[in-house]
Design a protein around this ligand. Structure first.
Ligand code: ZN
Length: 275
């Protein structure tokens, strides 16, 4: 599932690809993939993108017609830029659920095997109504050991599970939470409320570091994730514990299940008493 670095990678690709282009139309090939705000009483296209914003795992593309596209890739969604043929000659691809038609004979295929991905079209002032409650944005100035600590101290659940809660920190998923806890030397079973200030500082610092490094490498491609040029990211080559047998120190990595999700950690590097 794409997490913050993968979503940011796609958004960066879109910003580059859509530079100077106009969106002509949005087509839907699978019921439920495209959601059009019922209060939208005019045709918003053609329109030009004016800004590209990420909030958690959501991409927001604001258009000059006062309309926004909210794109959520969910499990297997991907956007692929296609500029190879005249628009009329392009057939619907396998698993293509929607299509964003651009001028200059370009388009974006929205391909989604599992069909959980969504594209919402709504007035820009209505965007918040289409987003769930989202917590701290880890690459923004609001994300500090203090603000994170306030959120974590109220939670009795294990830190691994708490960090996956999008209403606490927005954008983290299973891969990066496993990785950042390893880097911060925190046992994933530790109750969030029991973390010391020092441990929270390490979690905050390693969150920013691992996300920044992953964005620089175009994200992690373990299963479906692709950039908009349909190429893979490279951060999967730098994972330390996620789906690994041994940690970088040669210890055996343990796999457990927490709240229905696999957790990978090193019982030696991530001892519960690591204050
Ligand atoms: Zn280890």
């Amino acid at each position: 599932m794409p997490e913050l670095p993968e979503v940011q990678t796609v958004l960066n690709g879109l910003e580059k690809a859509l530079q100077g282009k106009t969106i002509l139309s949005l087509e839907c090939f699978y019921q439920g993939t495209v959601i059009i705000d019922p209060s939208l009483d005019f045709d918003p296209f053609p329109a030009r993108p004016v800004s590209f914003v990420r909030r958690g795992k959501y991409m927001l593309i604001h258009l000059d017609s006062g309309i926004s596209l909210i794109i959520h890739l969910r499990m297997t969604g991907k956007l692929v830029l296609d500029s190879t043929l005249p628009q009329a000659d392009r057939e619907i691809l396998k698993h293509e659920r929607a299509r964003i038609n651009l001028d200059q004979d370009c388009l974006l295929h929205f391909i989604d095997i599992r069909t959980f991905g969504k594209i919402v079209l709504c007035r820009t002032d209505n965007v918040p109504n289409y987003l769930p409650k989202l917590g701290l944005e880890p690459l923004s100035s609001e994300f500090t050991p203090q603000t994170l600590g306030q959120k974590l101290n109220a939670r009795k659940a294990p830190i691994k599970t708490v960090l996956l809660d999008q209403s606490i920190v927005a954008g983290l998923g299973n891969i990066y939470v496993c990785e950042l806890l390893y880097r911060a030397a925190i046992c994933p079973m530790t109750a969030a409320t029991e973390l010391s200030q020092k441990q929270v500082r390490r979690i905050a610092a390693e969150t920013v570091k691992v996300l920044t490094e992953a964005i620089a490498l175009g994200g992690t491609s373990i299963s479906d994730f692709r950039r908009i040029d349909d190429k893979t990211g490279e951060f999967q080559n730098y994972l330390k514990v996620y789906q690994k047998n041994t940690c970088p120190n040669g210890h055996k990595v343990k796999r457990i299940v927490q709240a229905g999700r696999a957790t990978f950690y090193c019982p030696l590097c991530q001892k519960q008493q690591n204050q």
